[in-house]
Design a protein around this ligand. Structure first.
Ligand SMILES: [Fe+2]
Ligand SMILES: [Fe+2]
Length: 196
């Protein structure tokens, strides 16, 4: 796995500079968040963090073309906003071009921008690390609330992020991805069911 991490890091170094720097900050955040979870392998975390945005620099047209070539299902909402495909397409690139077969790593890349119901721990770590890296918090100060929750409660951090997304979607009139809606519903349900 170490060789895969190095190969992915080299691929990231060839991405546009701002994106490569974002990925590096996500890797640092993921390393920090994962430190509290002994069940996560360090190299798994590194691989998922360094690989999560491997397809982020592709144009909307390229994302659609690659998704079709890879046989991914493209929903109407993704057709309208192909940027939503950069996780799934990225996971396919990691699998096909970098030979990564760790299902948790691939899922973490695949679902890092929308989330989904039933996220595994590694998926949560990458999802949150991606949202709380300092560059993103600077660009959108409300993310500081997600960052503040991240260290003690990943689920609460994810829910806070999804609530912010939902509010923005409502204000701007764009639809929220069904997987994000499902992730939010699951987290809300669990919160309501939790003993007080
Ligand atoms: Fe991304
Ligand atoms: Fe990212």
């Amino acid at each position: 796995m170490r060789a895969q991490v190095e190969a992915v890091r080299e691929a990231v170094a060839r991405l546009p500079r701002g994106l490569a720097e974002h990925v590096e900050r996500v890797a640092a955040e993921a390393d920090h968040l994962a430190a509290g979870f002994k069940e996560l392998g360090r190299e798994q975390v590194e691989l998922a963090a360094w690989g999560h945005d491997i397809a982020r620099a592709l144009s909307p047209r390229e994302l659609l073309a690659w998704a079709r070539r890879f046989g991914l299902e493209v929903s109407a909402i993704e057709e309208e906003a192909p940027i939503l495909l950069h996780g799934p397409v990225g996971a396919e690139i990691l699998r096909r071009e970098h030979g990564i077969d760790d299902a948790q790593v691939l899922a973490a890349a695949r679902f890092h921008s929308t989330g989904r119901a039933g996220m595994a721990l590694l998926e949560k770590v990458i999802f949150v690390a991606d949202k709380i890296e300092p560059g993103k918090v600077r660009a959108r100060p409300a993310l500081a609330r997600v960052r503040a929750l991240a260290d003690r409660d990943l689920d609460a951090a994810i829910l806070e992020y999804l609530e912010q997304m939902l509010a923005m979607a409502g204000e701007e009139g764009w639809p929220l991805h069904p997987q994000a809606v499902a992730a939010r519903s699951e987290l809300l349900l669990r919160r309501h069911q939790a003993p007080q």
